[in-house]
Design a protein around this ligand. Structure first.
Ligand SMILES: Cc1cc2nc3c(=O)[nH]c(=O)nc-3n(C[C@H](O)[C@H](O)[C@H](O)COP(=O)(O)OP(=O)(O)OC[C@H]3O[C@@H](n4cnc5c(N)ncnc54)[C@H](O)[C@@H]3O)c2cc1C
Length: 396
């Protein structure tokens, strides 16, 4: 692999930088850089700015509205966005359900949903997990029973990220009880505003409302909202998870956070000596940086196989990416020391300009650290990814 950028690549990077300089709203950039919480409006605003430029779906084929970039251009774009401090584009529409609709949906579904995903007309959420079906996802119990032109959906999903904002949910539902559990599952698109859908918040350890329970009580869903064939949903579900795990690697964000760790550790401590001068701490920072470089190369190799959807190698990216992200939050908290401990919700929410404890860099870090424990659980836990790697890559 040639790791040098061509003049064309560098010109592309300059174009992205110039766009970000002139179009990224400063209030959103400030929240991202300071690890403060983003609102729905922040995400939608940034999504629509990118959509107007034609850059919101870098991975989509040009025929559906993608920019037609090479894998390296996509990587450069992600990196520049992360370094500039843009919010992540919510993955549920662009990176999760859209590839499934493109690959397995009918023409009417492509025509209707894909433009609305691009423009953020619909906010999507993911209805896979249930109270008894997380790692063992195929045990899911939510049922969809055919009634003329509709399915009647009953059951419960859980851990549904930002379902409180959602207009649509893509759901795995059981449509056949009498077969092997993987063979009786279908992939259904459900209107979150339909009668019988209830969203109940789950408040996390960092006091944030990020996840929810979603209940379906005799919800009528048109049969036209079935993606692909009935009882073939397990195949589509796995296809989607490959896209989800590649996205979770988030190399650009990790680079920005690594720079932040170094900046924090370079601050003078009470002892008068910055932490980065401690050889043990410096060695841990270096070890993480090396891991991150290796991850970046691996992401590029996966992206370079343009012709294929991400396979089990996406599990490697998921495990390494999330371990690095968690490692970075650990180093941040250590570098900030006791100043990371006070919990200042008003500062996190942007209700107060400066943190009560007087250290704005440190104030969000305990919350950020706790929040990031999720990354080795969601998208299929890292233990499950290791099982996949063992079976599908190592062949054991
Ligand atoms: C913040 C957050 C957001 C999420 N967002 C969404 C969302 O938007 N939509 C959605 O559908 N889901 C979402 N999830 C759910 C997530 O995908 C599940 O939590 C995950 O798949 C694990 O399932 P579980 O929680 O039921 O744990 P369990 O499956 O009960 O696992 C418990 C523990 O046992 C381990 N374990 C289980 N089986 C095995 C095995 N065979 N081998 C080795 N170890 C095993 C697991 O690794 C884990 O450590 C989210 C989760 C979190 C934490």
């Amino acid at each position: 692999m040639d790791l040098h950028y061509t003049d064309e690549d560098l010109a592309f990077r300059d174009q992205v930088r110039a766009f970000l300089d002139s179009h990224l709203p400063l209030d959103i950039q400030d929240k991202v850089r300071r690890h403060r919480r983003l609102s729905k409006d922040d995400y939608v605003r940034w999504h629509r700015i990118l959509a107007r430029q034609g850059w919101v779906a870098p991975g989509w084929p040009a025929e559906f509205g993608g920019p037609g970039w090479t894998p390296l251009q996509r990587h450069l774009f992600d990196e520049e966005c992360a370094l500039a401090g843009t919010p992540r584009v919510m993955p549920f529409g662009i990176n999760m359900v859209a590839p499934v609709i493109m690959a397995f949906g009918n023409q009417a579904q492509k025509d209707y949903y894909l433009p609305r995903i691009l423009s953020c007309e619909d906010w999507w959420c993911q209805g896979y997990s249930e109270p008894g079906a997380g790692s063992d996802l195929a045990s899911l119990k939510t049922t969809a029973v055919r009634d003329g032109d509709h399915y009647i959906v009953n059951g419960q999903k859980t851990w549904t990220t930002l379902a409180q904002y959602a207009d649509m949910i893509f759901c795995l539902v059981r449509t056949d009880q009498g077969v092997r559990k993987q063979e009786g599952i279908s992939f259904l698109l459900v209107d979150m505003h339909a009668p019988g859908v209830t969203v109940r918040p789950i408040i996390m350890l960092d006091e944030d409302h990020e996840v929810n329970e979603v209940f379906f009580d005799n919800v009528r869903v048109p049969v036209a909202n079935l993606v692909g064939q009935e009882n073939r949903g397990w195949t589509y579900a796995k296809y989607l998870l490959g896209h989800e795990r590649t996205n979770i690697a988030a190399v650009g964000v990790a680079k920005r956070e690594l720079a932040f760790v170094k900046r924090l550790a370079a601050r003078e401590q009470k002892s008068g000596r910055p932490l980065i001068e401690d050889p043990l701490f410096a060695a841990r920072v270096a070890a993480l940086e090396i891991e991150l470089m290796a991850l970046e190369m691996t992401v590029l190799r996966v992206l370079a196989r343009e012709d294929q959807a991400p396979g089990p190698e996406a599990s490697v990216l998921k495990v390494k990416g999330t371990e690095i992200q968690q490692g970075l939050t650990e180093l941040m908290v250590e570098a900030a020391g006791p100043m990371a401990l006070p919990f200042d919700a008003a500062y996190l929410e942007g209700e107060r300009e400066h943190s009560l404890a007087g250290d704005d860099d440190a104030a969000p870090l305990a919350s950020y650290y706790f929040n990031y424990r999720k990354t080795s659980i969601y998208g299929g836990s890292n233990e499950i990814q290791r099982n996949i790697i063992t079976q599908m890559i190592l062949g054991l």
